[in-house]
Ligand binder design. Sequence first.
Ligand code: B12
Ligand code: SF4
Ligand code: SF4
Length: 291
Amino acid sequence: MTAHVNPQEKAAFIQEEIRAFVRNSPLNRMPDADDDFIFDEPLVQFADGNDSIFNDYKKIIDPSHLTPREALAAAYEKSPGDLPAQLSVVSWILPITGKTRESNRPQKRVPSRLWVYTRWYGEKLNEALRAHVVEVITERGYLATAPMLQPYFKRMDNYAGPLSNWSERHIAYAAGLGTFSLSDGFITERGIAHRCGSVVTDMPLPISPRTAQTPYSNCLFYVNNECRECIPRCPAGAITEQGHDKIRCRDYQHDEIGYIRQRYGVEVAGCGLCQTGVRCEFKNPAKKLKV
Ligand code: B12
Ligand code: SF4
Ligand code: SF4
């Protein structure tokens, strides 16, 4: 791809690369006889790497949360001011398949085998996808990095519980892919049951509009004080009308039901009961309510 190709064509190219990778990668298959897909076709959008929302995240999340400029500069051991003026962020959503969502719906205490596999093997696919997107962009002469794959990526804790210095959902919010919710999950047009990822680059890409009125516009609880279906879904009592208690959620997954890691032979198993059997599971339930 040459420099004269316009940003729209570059965007179409990146979107198709991501879709094709997810369609064709053997990593997007459940590790059992059925050979089912782990994820459906991804949603892909783009944020402006200089969007002021990334500076806001230093207050909303943590001062250590990186801006795209800081993330790209650190990957290339440059100072942020030495990077090109224009930066873009590619953000994608990997919707979890109907079969896996259905298998998790009747669960009351622990996630289904397919959900556990999605957390463990699906994230391997997501990691490979991040590396693939970096590769196809750098092959074309641009800078690119996937912050979650960098040695500087870190998870930490504050008074509210676990967080990180590169929150994939906040990146997806910046790229207009959806909003947060009462359960804390990120509700997209394909719902809340998904995993997500991102890459920062200096490739010029068209900015996707952020149409949500607030960071919670896709959740019925905040739109019209309805729903609350995620509250009784949580076996840890981590979701209330006050929101999501991350410490309770983490402790439930790590300690109380930690034994299922052994059952399914994985290092991380997840939970996600609050993302299935709820009306935001596979769609944006507030869409029709928007004026
Ligand atoms: C640490 C972590 C956890 C922690 C804390 C989760 C959390 N809420 O941050 C624990 C262990 C509890 C956890 C649990 C789970 N996790 Co987790 N986790 C992460 C990780 C590694 C970092 C998250 C992070 O940095 N958070 C930053 C903090 C500050 O976010 P926050 O507290 O939610 O932010 C709130 C405020 O910012 C607030 N807010 C206030 N004012 C404003 C203003 C604006 C403008 C905005 C935008 C927001 C905002 O909105 C947010 C929501 O309330 C990410 C991977 C990554 N690098 O992103 C995965 C990730 C968030 N987890 C994921 C998943 C799937 C799960 C589980 C379902 C487990 C599973 N796989 O089965 C559960 C779901 C819990 C829940 N109810 O949401 C997905 C989320 C996808 C989705 N559908 O939403 C991620 C993105 C992994 C991935 N690559 O896809 N996880
Ligand atoms: S189940 Fe209802 S209240 Fe809970 S996050 Fe989804 S839309 Fe919001
Ligand atoms: S992931 Fe499980 S423990 Fe955490 S809030 Fe959702 S249902 Fe509760």
